[in-house]
Design a protein around this ligand. Structure first.
Ligand code: J81
Length: 283
């Protein structure tokens, strides 16, 4: 059988905000490739499955065990951080972000990662079997790592989660989620005219909406000629898991005729979408 065609890393994100010594919250979420599969809110004791395939090939019992590990972790993490802060004189308020996960590669191998940021800046990563502070992280972080590295039980658990549980979960998810993960969704496209950039000028908009997976190519054209003035917006996420992109072109009003917007996407095969300016859109 053929391996996965694209990369589907599992990315688990933790966001912890500490306002003062008595108020904090921790939320979690996780993505497989571009699709969010889990959420874990501070006020909930359970990780919520967002997809019908989120359980992967794990049994109910395996999920209960994992759930328990994470519940203990969340309480311990909050307590640990508050202790470090008291002991090492760190100022409130602050945020800690943790990004961890793995990717299954060809040949039964996998690659994992676990990175911690303090106030938005990377400070610690887990490497092999140890917490490793960034060389330019604050002294208190370096001290906290020394303390954390004394807890061999936790280091072994982290290693096991990263190197065994994570790839095992992902292998299951690639099977249970296969059809949704691998099925491209076709975009719709339409043209618009935006606010005039100046006297006698037009801002032509080409909107591409509802595509999956993310990479898409869209360009204003004159015949086969790509228009170098084409400006590409950000690719924006939509609530249904698809993406949206707008590309614009600033042209002299007299030169708009004959322009077209061309869209290529994996869902379209060779059948690019081509929309011609002046045919149908409200201008
Ligand atoms: C800016 C931040 C700087 C902090 C630098 C240090 C980084 C260390 C980060 N450490 C953690 O995130 C772990 C926090 C919790 C951990 O310290 C332990 O308190 C906790 C409970 O451990 C105790 O019980 C365990 C069994 O339940 C073992 O027996 C262990 O030896 C014992 O001390 N550990 C866990 O909850 C393990 C699960 C970790 C999962 C980590 C996912 C990110």
């Amino acid at each position: 059988s053929e391996g996965p065609q694209r990369h589907f890393p599992l990315r688990c994100l933790q966001i912890s905000s500490f306002a003062n010594s008595s108020w904090s919250r921790t939320d979690g979420l996780a993505w497989l490739g571009e699709l969010q599969a889990y959420t874990w809110r501070n006020d909930s004791d359970t990780i919520r499955f967002l997809k019908p395939w989120s359980q992967g090939r794990f049994s109910d019992q395996q999920w209960e065990n994992l759930q328990h590990i994470f519940l203990v972790y969340r309480i311990s993490f909050t307590r640990d951080i508050q202790e470090f802060v008291t002991m090492l004189h760190v100022d409130y308020p602050f945020d800690i972000q943790i990004s961890g996960g793995c990717e299954v590669l060809l040949g039964n191998t996998s690659k994992s990662f676990l990175d911690i940021a303090f106030q938005g800046k990377a400070v610690v990563s887990f490497q092999g079997t140890f917490w490793v502070p960034d060389p330019d992280s604050p002294p208190w972080v370096q001290k906290a790592c020394k303390v954390a590295n004394q807890d061999r039980g936790t280091r072994e658990t982290v290693q096991w989660l990263l190197d065994s549980i994570c790839p095992g979960l992902v292998r299951g998810l690639l099977e249970t989620g296969k059809s949704e993960l691998e099925k491209p969704v076709q975009p719709e496209a339409w043209l618009s005219s935006g606010p005039a950039p100046g006297p006698g000028r037009l801002l032509l908009g080409c909107h591409v909406s509802g595509f999956y997976p993310n990479p898409v190519w869209a360009m204003w054209m004159r015949g086969e000629q790509e228009q170098p003035g084409t400006r590409r917006g950000d690719v924006l996420p939509q609530a249904d898991g698809t993406w949206y992109l707008r590309v614009t072109l600033d042209v002299a009003a007299g030169e708009a005729a004959g322009l077209s917007c061309r869209v290529r996407h994996s869902s379209l095969g060779d059948q690019d979408i081509i929309l011609y300016w002046g045919r149908g859109q409200a201008s």
